[in-house]
Each structure stands twice: as structure tokens, then as C-alpha cells.
Design a protein around this ligand. Sequence first.
Ligand code: ATP
Ligand code: MG
Length: 569
Amino acid sequence: MKASKMLIATLKEAPNEAIIASHILLIRAGMIRKLVAGVYNYLPLGLRTLRKIENIIREEMDQAGSLEILSSAIQPKELWEESGRWQKYGPELMRFKDRHDREFCLGPTHEEIFTNLVRNEIKSRKNLPINLYQIQTKYRDELRPRFGLMRGREFIMKDAYSFDLTYDGLDASYDLMYKTYQRIFDRLHLNYQVVLADTGAIGGSGSHQFMALSDVGESDIIYCDQCGYAADVEKATALLEKPSTTDNLKPIQEVYTPNQKSIEEVSAFLKVDKKQIVKSLVYKNLTNNQFVMVLIRGDREVNEIKLINHLQIAEHELALASYEDILNLNSVEGFVGPVNLAITILVDEEVTTMTNFVTGSNHQDYHLLNVNFKRDFDGEVLDLRKAAVNDLCPCCGKPLKIERGIEIGQIFKLGTKYSEPLKCTYQDENGQTKPMIMGCYGIGVTRTMSSIIEQNHDENGIIWPINVAPYHVVIVPINYDDPAIKEGSDYLYDKLCAEHLEVILDDRDAKAGFKFKDWELIGIPFIITVGRRASEKICEFKVRKTLEKTELSFDEAINEVKNQVLKAK
Ligand code: ATP
Ligand code: MG
């Protein structure tokens, strides 16, 4: 490709809203352009890389025996009513009506569609197991679309769905997808970790996430470097530390704490450790307008995912109680506590190991000292806290660590969550009707593209791994008007094209320095400069990743590109 015929839309600066490297560089390298919040157009260079990532995913899915289909983004309400998700899914679901007032959504995920397809097309158990996938556009009206392709309202996902006769079959299908995902992310040169995950709105019994390790990730990974335990913070658990000694229970006492509302304030005012205070949080279940109080040690955070799982509601159906709600419950914001309050109480298990702790008194400007579980209040005990660094590993008891990751993929054992309500069934050998056992498997393709950049860039721009770079190599003539340089550049171009390599010849009328800046920003893996030694058939060969330069003969340079590209397949 001649650079003069390309759409090279590089920019010196990215808009202010771009704050992470991948967002800034995708815009500056002219790979994407924003249309509206969370919605992007892909320009030619960006699309080439996107297609290469898709193709690696496609090759590995095909290799695993999964069959590619392509379904519509438009999904009818009726299917979502069959699964019960039309109500459950909440404001992320983009809903619309057609001219006949029929209701639809733009698919955020495709469980209903694939389950419907299989129930209609698969008539015999002889056709099972089957695994179907697609690479397709998804829509989620995210509350805060941000970070470019990381969290879009429109994005590309590879989603796959497996249908088995038995749970053992599901385990095998799941295991195969797990390994396939490892192959895909290995081929994409990502530094990632597989972690245990919560099943969220998709549902089901078991799940793993694939996390690209990165400080800009929005997920916290709790892990143990001793035994290998790793879980998303939403899912992570920790051993309960039992106190070595237990104090005698002291009589409860009300103390004046004027205007001291937060844990920090109360801790400083009463000169007690935060670990000696119990935080009382009141939540409202929006499905039935009931309130629940969650008790948790003062230095801890509530894991709201564990709470919504316990309440069996969706994330958007939970809210913190308002100031007025708390007054109506006969308490006061900032002074809420579990003693003598008529409310359902959920107690994080750690609180049961504490004695003589501080809580709110439910009276303005007062707290209680020496409160004790069972003696002064009761409640249901469960694990409701967020696991934190230095908590003890639930598998081996060693201190846990934490790091940040970008969720690039997630796999789920769905079981019969969709096959049962949608009646996606088969007849077993006794003629009995049984629901198929399902799994589902997603990769955020566009988010993966951003993650590759997060892990592969420097101050000059993107450093694409060779197998996903938009082109393999660029030839930069120092002066294309010079006959020897032109002849040398054309020779290299023709030879590299003949080897089926993806080559750019930068024939633009511009300074060499300007051209180098562009190609380093865009991240072309090899940059060949043809200059003063052109007549000797010698060029300068630069590797984008290391910025290392060597003088090579034309034919050596061609061979080097060829070998590196072959190795990088
Ligand atoms: P998140 O927790 O980040 O919102 P999710 O768990 O809701 O993601 P899944 O339903 O598991 O997402 O979707 C499968 C994959 O699609 C995710 O692992 C992620 O890589 C990608 N993905 C999800 N939401 C977005 C989005 N808004 N923009 C880009 N990619 C996304
Ligand atoms: Mg997920």
C-alpha cells in the first residue's frame, strides 16, 4: 500500500477525555474516532488490527470445534420474557419499539437467541453436544461509558454457547473453552490471569474471568502467590481470623458523640481502632421496598455482589436507604445501629468474632460502647465483606495480595438456567424430555484490542505484536525524488509484496522525521529507511519494539521481516 493513498489520520493530541494510554493512542494513531459517548467508528488501520484479533479468535474457536454463526443485534422482547430477563436486566438494556408497537432490544448478550435457535434446529440428542459462536456487535447502555474501547455502549464480542446432554458433558465443554481462551490470549501476547468469578446477570453455577493485568483495569483481582488461588474481588473470600483471646462482655453504654458520623470521625473522637467499630449500613431492596441492615467491621467494605446474590436480586434493584428512609425506620443517618431497631439484620461473619464493639445508637449524636452480637441484637450471619489485601487465603491460609486487571473474557457454566424456561430440550434414551445443559463464553474483542495497547506501548506510541499489527513493515525513503532511493524503495516494496507481506511504502511528500513519528505512533513492527546507501542496496532496519537500528542489505532486511512474521503467526 502506498502511504499517499491511505487514510493516515494521526493526531498530535488526543481530546482531554482520553486519559488512559490505549484510548489516547487509538485516537492519536487514527485507528478509531468517537461518534457519541461509548460509540466509535473504526478507521482503516484500526479495522485491520481488529480483524486480525477476530481472526485469531476465529481460528482457535474453529479448532475447538465451535461452529460460527451470525445473528442479529435485534432481539424480540418475547424471548427475553421467556427467560425472565426483560424485567431483570435493567437500564443497560437498550429497548425500542417498531412502527407496530412491538418491543425489541439491541442484544447485550445472546443467551436467549442461541437457546431459541438450538431448540428449533436440534431435534435429536445425536446432534449433541454442540457449540456455536459468533463475533458480533453488542449494545449496553453503560452508566459511564469510558476509556475508549474499554467500556463502550456498542462493542464487539465473541460469544459462544455450548449445549450438552449431561453436566459431565458441560464440564468437558467448559474445560475446552477455558483452554481455547488460554491459547487465544497467549497468541495475542497478553499478560493475563484466570480468576474465579461471580456469575452476575448471566447466571449459572460456575465462572472464570480472564483478566489482562493492568493498572488501568477496572477489576480487582485477589490472589495468593503461594497456592495460586485467584478471584475477582466480587467473588473472593478469605479465611475468618478468630481472635486469640476473647474479652469478657462489658455492660453496654451510651456515649455522646456530637456530629461524629463517619467511621473515621467516631474512631478519632472515641480513640478506638476502626476494627473495634461496627458499621451499620441500611439498604433498600427495590423489588419489595424492604430494608435490610448490613453489619460489617469498621475498616471493611460491603461486597454488594455477595449481598445481591443473597437477596436474589439484580444490581440495579439494590440501593442505599435515603436520609428520610432512615428517619422512618426510627433511626438517624450517621448514628444507625443494630440494637433495638426493627429491621432485618445481616451480619458479616467477622462481626461474630468481635466483642465489646462500638455501633450507632439510633439517636442523634450518640453511639453505643460494648455492644455484643447475640446479647444485644441478633441477625443472619454470612460472608458479606470485600476480601482485602493481607486477608488469609481461603485455600492455604497465606496472606492474600491484590492487583488490577481488565476483564477481557468470561466463561460460565449456565446449567439449565435458560434451557429450562425456554424449553430447549432433548429426548433421552427412555423417551424422557430433558433440558440441555448449557455453558456460555464471551470475549470482549474491542476491549482486548485496547488491552493489548495497555500492555504494549511506549512514549512514542503503540507497539503492536507482529500478528495483530495493521501492517508488518513500512519503507521510508528519505527522499523519494532521488532516483537511487526511489529505485531501492520500489525494489524492497515489490519484493516484500511478492512474499505476501503487508507493506507500506511511505511515498508522501513529507520530512522523514515526520514519517517516523507517524509509524512509531501507529506501531508498525518494522521500519526500513532507504537513504544515502541506497545505491549499495543497503538500508537501515529499525525494530519498533526496541527502537534498535541496524544496517542491512536489502535482501537481509526482506528475509528478516519474512522470518519474524512467520515466527509470529
Ligand atoms: P463488565 O463487568 O466489565 O461490565 P461484564 O462482566 O458485564 O463486563 P460479560 O457479560 O461477561 O461482561 O461480557 C463478556 C465480555 O465482553 C467481557 O468479559 C468484556 O471483555 C466484554 N465487555 C463487556 N462489557 C463491555 C463494554 N461495555 N465495552 C467493551 N467490552 C465489554
Ligand atoms: Mg463478565
